[in-house]
Design a protein around this ligand. Structure first.
Ligand code: GLU
Length: 271
């Protein structure tokens, strides 16, 4: 009898170990039928609430919906900020972060990333006729940006004599610019364009100077989940190859939008 229960315990332990070694996040997502996506909810045009429909929309939202469709599941969304997205991926409260996030080697120490799915670079937004034409003119001036962003670090690297005020998000930084609390807002140029276009009087604002950094966006993923990473990379490449990427890009940045930004880069496509 003792022998039998030992055997049963051994078999149970074996089954448990086997199922643990096969269980991975991709399987969890498929079993639950939902991909939990961390997205911005106040960053036009990447992730924001449409005032008319009250729905979460944007380029990142569409990318998530496409990926979820490829995985055969539904996309659910959780709002993240620049500061919370990496901890939320690391803690597992979201499966992926599609949140205007630059993939950087330093960030890769905490989470993993997909291939690049969007390309941008950092600039500054100022009041028209402010006399500020580039970061060189920010010497001794206050600049607003979002806490936890690459923008925070890049601006200090290119203008060590400015004072950075970090807000929870970009709308708060833009409000500070409108209130005269900062002389510029700095982050990726398309986000700055989104802020400028969100103003009833966009012509009062201008985006100036050269790019101060490259900002290639990657989808943030949990560490060491290679099946999930493969599935996301393949879904992104499929989005590009099928023409869906260009369609989605043009929906948010094309000639019929306030952006009119031609697509000037190509996704890395594995044969
Ligand atoms: N792409 C930059 C970053 O990942 C700035 C935009 C953002 O804060 O989301 O930090």
């Amino acid at each position: 009898m003792r022998k039998l229960s030992m055997m049963v315990a051994l078999v149970l332990a074996f089954v448990l170990c086997a199922s643990m070694s096969f269980a991975d996040r991709l399987q969890d997502i498929k079993d639950r039928g939902v991909l939990i996506c961390g997205v911005k909810d106040a960053v036009v045009p990447f992730g924001f609430v449409d005032e008319k429909t009250n729905e979460l929309v944007g380029f990142d939202i569409d990318v998530c919906k496409y990926i979820a469709g490829k995985l055969g599941v539904k996309a659910d969304f959780k709002p993240v900020t620049s500061a919370t997205r990496i901890p939320m991926v690391a803690q597992g409260s979201i499966d992926i972060a599609a949140a205007s996030m630059t993939h950087k080697i330093a960030r890769d120490e905490t989470i993993d990333f997909s291939i690049t799915y969007f390309m941008d670079g950092q600039k500054i937004l100022v009041k028209k006729d402010s006399g500020i034409k580039s970061v060189a003119d920010l010497d001794g001036k206050k600049v607003g940006t979002a806490k936890g962003s690459t923008s925070e670090q890049n601006i200090l690297a290119s203008q060590p004599n400015c004072r950075v005020l970090s807000f929870e998000g970009y709308p708060q930084s833009f409000l500070a610019l409108k209130q005269g609390k900062v002389k510029a807002v700095t982050t990726d140029s398309t986000i700055l364009l989104g802020l400028k276009n969100s103003d009833p009087n966009p012509d009062q604002w201008e985006i100036v100077g050269d790019f101060i950094s490259p900002e290639p966006y990657g989808i943030g993923l949990p560490e060491n989940e290679s099946n999930l990473r493969d599935a996301i990379n393949i879904a992104l490449m499929d989005m590009w190859r099928s023409g869906e990427y260009v369609k989605t890009y043009n929906k948010w940045f094309g000639a019929d939008t306030k952006y009119n930004l031609p697509l000037t880069w190509k996704m890395e496509l594995w044969p």
